[in-house]
Write a protein that binds this ligand. Structure first.
Ligand code: TGC
Ligand code: FAD
Length: 386
């Protein structure tokens, strides 16, 4: 792992072993093939169960529900390694762990936890998370049109969710809907329920090795046992986003390492005007930017994980790290692409693939600008969202 400040010394031997095992597995099973999957627009579904066996799914949740029960920094290192291969792999694991297992863990009944969490941790079931709607994702409370109307022992769901990761391959979807009083409720929706469909989003130039779908619900009848009983306000889905954003703050450093290493190797071997381009100050400036941002980002993520373990983490801390680490990774991917010259426009190298993926990562889970405003609100006490 790229580690200019020897920051890995901050991690426990167990955490370092988890990182090394994840890298070994992914180097063998995913790295050699990712370019083909990305070009073909395919998510490698055959890796879902192996991800479960490796403990990649919801690994920071407790062992009693089948998860690996590792520290938050070990979880972060797994996200890093997955995204070093491709943001699509980390997205799959983020959604499964932070946006499907976590809401069941935090807002579900004991029966729901026992029924779903072990199977989700093992990769025997796949989940998706439907919050964003076609009218816009930044204001999920204001834009939520999906309705849940009580009918005896059932809720009847109607509405459409948009841009949903894992949608078409999911067995269950965590769907957020407003009841007749406007309360935000979470439901576990089995995707084979009549009236539910998940049409694919096609023609993506980003996150091509990831499944993105709509979730369409037309009179979908869900038994009240599948309501998340502890949900009831927007705070519930927003708290799940904090978990996913935490993983993204870590994950984005993976592609940063990948594009830095690739650009450095290229710069050392590419000769112009009689010398390697690595000898030129303009090129060195770009490489130094990438390495500095990776080093700072890693320290930020490590501290975030410590605060999460200790219970002192605020969601605004997570916003700062997600906003920062994704944007520096995106800028680094663009710089790496530039260093590679014409070679950088093909997927032969990873820079343009990571760059295009990171455009999505910069947008989802709260856009860069929305996180700026979340932090601005926190430090000034002035609300920019009204
Ligand atoms: P606001 O008044 O800010 O919040 C309502 C209540 O919730 C609390 N809260 C949070 N709690 C935990 N974690 C968070 N991140 C929280 N954000 C807010 C807040 O303190 C308040 O609590 P209380 O006790 O006072 O009631 O609500 P708002 O409507 O003004 O929200 C504004 C805003 C911008 C913060 C929020 O809506 C937002 O975060 N927008 C961005 C939406 C977003 O990130 N969507 C992501 C969808 S999922 C996705 O993209 C998956 S990508 C797939 C992948 O990872 O691969
Ligand atoms: P909008 O909210 O319409 O915003 C458009 C632009 O306006 C942005 O630049 C934004 O920053 C800016 N803007 C908005 N409000 C303000 C403001 N008040 N002040 C200044 N600027 C503002 N969602 C899910 O629920 N589940 C998923 O699994 C999921 N997966 C995704 C996968 C991919 C590949 C992508 C691209 C998106 C995914 N999303 C998912 C949706 C994602 O969360 C939203 O795209 C994101 O929240 C932004 O919403 P939007 O795209 O509708 O943009």
């Amino acid at each position: 792992m790229l580690d200019y400040y020897q920051s890995l010394e901050l991690f426990s031997p167990e955490e370092r072993a988890i990182q090394a095992a994840a890298r070994k597995f992914l180097e063998a099973e995913a790295m050699p093939y990712i370019r083909e999957w990305w070009e073909a627009g395919e998510f490698p579904t055959h890796l879902i169960k192996p991800f479960g066996e490796m403990g990649f799914l919801g690994s920071n949740l407790p062992e009693e529900y089948g998860a690996a029960g590792v520290s938050n920094n070990a979880y972060g290192l797994i996200m890093y390694e997955l995204e070093r291969v491709d943001s699509g792999l980390r997205s799959f694991a983020s959604v499964q762990g932070a946006l499907v297992m976590y809401p069941i863990f935090a807002y579900g009944s004991e029966e729901q936890k026992r029924e779903f969490l072990p199977k989700l941790a093992a990769g025997e079931l796949v989940g998706s998370f439907g919050l964003t709607e076609p009218d816009g994702g930044s204001d999920p409370g204001g834009n939520m049109k999906t309705k849940a109307v009580k009918d005896g022992d059932y809720y009847v769901l109607n509405g459409t969710k948009m841009w949903i990761t894992n949608g078409a391959i999911s067995d269950i979807a965590i769907v957020w809907a407003k009841d007749e009083e406007g309360k935000v409720l979470g439901f576990i929706v089995p995707t084979d329920t009549p009236g539910f469909s998940a049409p694919l989003v096609h023609h993506k130039y980003s996150l091509r090795a990831s499944v993105t779908s709509e979730l369409v619900m037309e009179d979908v009848r869900i038994h009240k046992d599948y309501l998340l009983p502890k949900s009831g306000s927007l705070k519930a889905p927003l708290s799940c986003l904090t978990q996913a954003r935490y993983g993204i703050a870590w994950g984005a450093l993976g592609p940063l390492e990948a594009v830095y290493t690739e650009a450095l190797d290229f710069a050392k071997s590419r000769v112009t005007f009689g010398r390697p381009i690595a000898a030129r100050q303009l090129v060195q400036d770009k490489l130094v930017y990438m390495l500095s941002e990776h080093t700072k980002g890693l320290l930020l993520a490590w501290k975030l994980g410590k605060m999460k373990d200790e219970g002192t983490l605020k969601h605004t801390h997570v916003s700062m790290a997600k906003r920062n680490n994704v944007r520096v990774a995106l800028k680094s991917a663009r710089l790496a692409r530039e260093i590679l010259g014409a070679s950088g426009i093909t997927v032969e190298y990873s820079a343009i693939r990571h760059m295009l993926n990171l455009e999505s990562v910069d947008t989802y889970e709260g856009t860069h600008d929305i996180h700026t405003l979340i932090l601005g609100r926190d430090i000034t006490g002035e609300n920019p969202f009204v």
